[in-house]
Design a protein. Sequence first.
Length: 322
Amino acid sequence: MILVMGGAGYIGSHTVKHLLDNGYKVIVADNLIYGHREAVDERAKFVCADLLDKDSLDNLFKNNQIAAVVHFAAFAYVGESVENPEKYYYNNVIGTLNLLHAMLTYGVKKIVFSSTCATYGEPQYTPIDEQHPQNPINPYGRTKLVIEQIFADYEKAYGLKYIALRYFNAAGCSADGKIGESHNPETHLIPLVLKAIKGERKDIKIFGTDYDTPDGTCIRDYIHVEDLALAHRLAIEKLNSYCGYINLGTGIGTSVKEIIIAAEKVSGKKCLIEYVERRAGDPARLFANNTKAKEILGWQPQYTDIKDIIQTAWNWELNKRY
Ligand code: UFG
C-alpha cells in the first residue's frame, strides 16, 4: 500500500487518482487544513492525520502495511512564508522529520517528495537543470531545500531511498472533471484569470510589464497536474534503482500575457486586465530542463499546449465540486 501524505490537496489528490487507476492500493492522510475531503478518491482509504501529531503518525504505520510514502503535506504560500516563517519551518521541516521518524521506526525506507523549483531561487541561467545552484529567496523554498538535504543525510546514515521532484508551475485539472484546483486563498495565475473571465473577480492584475522578456511579463513553465501525477508513479517505481532529485516541467516557457490570451481563446470570453507593480521575489523567467526526468523516469509530459492545460482548468472552473 502507498501512503499519500497530503493526498487531499491539489497535486496529491490527482496523484492518488492516478495511482488507483494504475492498480495501486492507496491510503491518504491529510489534516484537511487546506485539503478537501471531497478530493479524495472513494477507492482510497482516508485518515485525518497531522504531521505534527506523532501519535497519529505512529498509528498510521502500525495499522497499515505501507510500502512507500508520497509526501505532499506542506504549507506552500510563498508570501505567507516571508511573513510567518515559523509556521513554515515548523510544519514543513519538523513535520517531515516526524514522518521520517515514523517511517524508519516501522522499516519503511521509500519516499517520493514534493520539492520545487523555488529551491533554485533567482535563476543564473535557463532552462534550469538539476545542477543549477540552489539559493532559495524565501522561507518556503528554504524549507524544501532543507528537507532535500535531510533526505541526503538519511540516505547515507539509514539507507533511505528518496526521489525529490522539483515542480515548476503545476496547472490544470483532471481531464474527467472529477477533481481540480481549489485553493483558499487562491493566488495562482491560471485559476485567477479564469475567475476573472467567469466574472467571479473584477479583473486579473498583471504583476509587472517591464521584465526582460519579449512581452515584458514573467515567463513560467506550466506543467499539467496529471503529468505530475504520472511522474510520481514512475518515481515510486524507480526508488529501488535511483535516489536523488529531478525537475518536473515541460521545458516550455509561457508569459503571463500568453496565459491570458490562451484563456480567452479557450473560454471564448475577454478577460479584464489591470497592470500593477511587480510582485516581490518574482524572477523574470523560470523554465525547466527536463532531460533527467525523461532519462531516469522514462517520463514524457502529455500536455505540451498551454491551451489544452487551460481547457481542463476551465472545465473544472465551470463545474467545481469543492
Ligand atoms: N501573476 C500575476 N497576477 C496574479 C498572479 C500571478 O501577474 O494575480 C504572475 C506572477 O507574477 C508570476 C506568474 O503569474 O509571474 C505565475 O504566478 P503564480 O503565483 O501562479 O506562480 P509562481 O510562479 O509565483 O509560484 C509557483 C508556485 C509556488 C512555487 C513557485 C516556484 O505557486 O508554490 O511556483 O516553484 F514556489
